[in-house]
Design a protein around this ligand. Structure first.
Ligand code: CTP
Length: 214
């Protein structure tokens, strides 16, 4: 069913540099994104994986992986593929902001308080949502702590997702762990809660749900 389908995945964190040796990033390990990629690879989908700095050896061919570092680079790489993918899956923890100025040489310390000004990064999923054609499917992720269903529904509508996978920051779930506990919301349907499972089992649930949208 997914054989030959062109699927774009964003995976992992991004890094936003302050100077050549310092950057802002987040806890994303890329494990969930690559677990989904491996599941899709088993189904013979045609993958384009745009991936931030991660420390894992995925079981997908190297030629399918485009390595990037910053959110702007991730956006530029994704833009090359937006028009000809069947499905886009946004698992990356993209930094929402980047430092306004990036110093060319290492910043020296100066005084007791330092201030950094940030500017907004492009919202890659939302940009795809704006130009997406009716036959294209968009899948997003959300990490929510409060008003989970309302916030996820709002994110789904705002970013033009057909389906959103909600995970929580609790112990044993999500960032860095090998297990995850998710709920899946498909536009216009009731939310479905899944128990704590290995990330490869969660990936299978997610891929099954995506298939149900085709
Ligand atoms: N996303 C993206 N580009 C961004 C920010 C987020 O593509 N610049 C994608 C993520 O990959 C994820 C979804 O949007 O699929 C939701 O990300 P999340 O960080 O939960 O949402 P935000 O829009 O950043 O909202 P907030 O952090 O305020 O909850």
């Amino acid at each position: 069913m997914l054989k030959g389908k062109k699927i774009l995945l964003t995976v992992g964190p991004t890094r936003e540099y302050l100077d050549p040796v310092r950057f802002i990033t987040n806890e994303s390990s890329g494990k969930m994104g690559f677990a989904i990629a491996e599941e899709l690879h088993k189904e013979n989908a045609e993958l384009i994986i745009v991936c931030g700095p991660v420390n894992i050896q995925p079981k997908v061919p190297d030629r399918n992986i485009k390595k990037i570092t910053t959110a702007l680079e991730m956006y530029e790489e994704c833009q090359k593929h937006f028009s000809d993918v069947d499905i886009a899956i946004f698992t990356a923890a993209v930094a929402d902001y980047r430092p306004k100025h990036q110093a060319n040489s290492k910043i020296k310390k100066d005084g007791n308080i330092a201030t950094v000004e940030f500017v907004k990064n492009p919202d890659i999923a939302a940009e795809f949502g704006k130009i997406k054609m009716p036959h294209q499917i968009s899948v997003g992720f959300a990490l929510e702590t409060d008003n989970v269903i309302e916030n996820a529904q709002e994110k789904l509508t705002k970013k033009g997702f057909d389906m959103i996978v909600i995970n929580s920051p609790n112990h044993g779930e999500g960032f860095g762990y090998d297990t995850n506990k998710v709920s899946i919301l498909i536009n216009g349907q009731n939310i479905k809660d899944y128990p704590l499972k290995s990330k490869s089992e969660v990936a299978k649930d997610i891929v099954d749900k995506i298939k149900s949208l085709l």
